[in-house]
Write a protein that binds this ligand. Structure first.
Ligand SMILES: Nc1ncnc2c1ncn2[C@@H]1O[C@H](COP(=O)(O)OP(=O)(O)OP(=O)(O)O)[C@@H](O)[C@H]1O
Length: 229
């Protein structure tokens, strides 16, 4: 479904990704891991077209999307939840969802489906997003991406800075989405959660893929060393 082939990108002259290749098959959950600063967020931003690729290709389905704009990628079925659960703090939860719904052109039922994944948001629809807890904001950020009905959902550290009880809810939601057949590319530092959720994993180090395999391989000493856990 998603094929990344020898992808390179960076900031100005500073190159961050060096020939990254990976695949996400339909319905698969692939976890990208690695220490701080190895290029995980840069990889996701390059996949979404937020940062231009300087070499390599990104193919989604049978389409080369390497040069498409972010909104064009969303329209093709890529959903992105950037790090830091971005929402519009001044808008209500409902308005946050409606903005995405309108932009997507999807029917109102897409909003109900997203709320079914995060029922905890239902009583909060009239509250301003800026007044939600970190965990609720993360749920809203994921719900906004779901409103676009993605075929592939890309999540950047959805559990970062979130209290443990809400991490469980977010994990359950990711599991539900995975079971429903959505492919997921997840950046996750929390190894136990990654092990529970992932079909396959990729470990980055200094902008290169240094390990990849099935979640069962991930128990290995080498993987733990690369993640410094
Ligand atoms: N906007 C930017 N301008 C310049 N350099 C950047 C920018 N964003 C990130 N970098 C650098 O690119 C490298 C990779 O950063 P990136 O955020 O992709 O890593 P990461 O693996 O996602 O780390 P973290 O887990 O801390 O988010 C780092 O050296 C970082 O300092």
């Amino acid at each position: 479904m998603l094929t990344v082939d020898r992808l390179e990108s960076g900031y100005g002259r500073a190159r961050v990704l060096f020939g990254v290749s990976l695949d996400v098959a339909a319905g698969q959950l692939v976890c990208v891991m690695g220490r701080n600063g190895v290029g995980k967020t840069t990889l996701l931003n390059t996949l979404m077209g937020v940062i231009p690729a300087t070499a390599g290709t990104v193919t989604f389905g049978d389409r080369d999307i390497t040069k498409l704009k972010p909104h064009e990628r969303v329209r093709l079925g890529l959903g992105y939840v950037p790090q830091g659960h971005e929402t519009f703090p001044q808008l209500t939860v409902h308005a946050n969802l409606l903005v995405t719904l309108d932009a997507s052109g999807n029917p109102a039922s897409a909003l109900d489906e997203a709320l079914d994944v995060f029922p905890r948001l239902k009583p909060l629809l009239k509250r301003r997003a800026g007044f939600l807890s970190g965990g609720q904001q993360q749920q809203l950020a994921i719900a906004r991406a779901l409103v676009t009905r993605p075929k592939l959902l890309i999540l950047d550290e959805p559990t970062e800075g979130i209290q443990p009880s809400i991490i469980i809810e977010i994990e359950e939601a990711i599991e539900t989405l995975h079971r429903s057949g959505i492919a997921i590319l997840l950046v996750e530092q929390y190894l136990d959660l990654a092990l529970r959720l992932a079909d396959r994993y990729v470990i980055l180090d200094a902008g290169r893929v240094v390990h990849a395999g099935t979640a069962t391989d991930l128990q290995g000493e080498e993987a733990r060393r690369l993640l410094a856990v």
